[in-house]
Design a binder for this molecule. Structure first.
Ligand code: HEM
Length: 239
């Protein structure tokens, strides 16, 4: 999620953190964002940072750091990682369904062993693999990612060998079959918030259209390109 948030905000260009800005017509007060909680915490963090380093850290940086902390804590609190991700997408006015369509980005591409190796050998420090992983996938990923490997190899995010390079819905069928490589992908297939949507997409035939629409929605809050490079990012004293 942290990874994606950075993608959203820095690469796709939606991250001016404008949701945090005060004012009668600001994004913070527009209807889709009224339900977003945590402004006070983020404002307080920004105030504290401003006192030490005025004008250095942007509001977007504060969101990113807060997100990282929420994600790292989410194993300890009664909030699923999918619910936490959902809240972050809501910051951009995106629904759970949008998020799940966007995850269709994982119907292509790869992940490094280092990012999921714990699931193969020592899940949650049990010394055992993640019990939710399909056994055939476990065996195959263990071959790709040896426990004592010195090179960080990669595996396809879509484990259907016939479509790992094609944007299609087979990724969703794979995660339903417990063949998700990343823990987050697997969680999306089983979390009560998202599993029915995953099942619906796996049965439907219109993934690419909806993925495209969700990406347009994601990019709707784009900032000028020099901001994406970080050269002209606005640094507000208060978020
Ligand atoms: C919802 C939250 C998301 C999470 C937690 C997430 C996480 C990740 C992670 C951990 C990797 C592996 C990176 C590596 O091993 O170097 C990855 C790869 C990738 N992700 Fe995501 N991602 C998310 C959403 C998305 C979205 C929305 C898209 C596109 C629409 C996307 C497209 C990709 C692609 C194409 C790759 C493969 C990169 C490559 O082949 O080098 N991801 N993602």
């Amino acid at each position: 999620m942290f990874y994606l948030f950075i993608h959203n905000e820095r690469q796709i260009g939606g991250c001016d953190a404008s949701i945090l800005l005060d004012g009668p017509n600001s994004e913070k007060t527009t209807p889709p964002n009224l339900s977003v909680r945590g402004f006070d915490v983020i404002d307080a963090a920004k105030d504290a940072v401003e006192k030490v380093c005025p004008g250095v850290v942007s509001c977007a940086d504060i969101i990113i750091m807060a997100t990282r902390d929420v994600v790292s804590l989410s194993g300890e609190v009664d909030t699923s990682i999918v619910a936490t991700a959902n809240q972050l997408f809501a910051l951009k006015g995106l629904t759970t369904t949008d998020m799940i369509y966007l995850l269709g980005g994982h119907s292509i591409g790869i992940a490094h062993c280092s990012l999921f190796k714990d699931r193969l050998y020592n899940f949650k420090n049990t010394g055992k693999p993640d019990p939710t992983m399909d056994l055939a996938l476990l065996s195959s990923l263990r071959k790709t990612c040896a426990q004592n490997a010195t090179i960080d190899r990669t595996a396809n995010l879509d484990q259907n060998p016939y479509s790992s390079a094609v944007v299609d819905k087979s990724f969703y069928s794979q995660i339903i079959k417990r063949r998700g490589v990343l823990k987050f992908d697997q969680d999306v297939a089983s979390d009560r918030l998202s599993k029915s949507t995953v099942a619906r997409i796996a049965r439907s035939s219109i993934l690419t259209l909806n993925l495209g629409q969700a990406m347009v929605k994601l990019g709707a809050g784009q900032v000028p390109s020099q901001d994406i490079q970080g050269t002209n990012q606005e640094k507000h004293a208060s978020c």
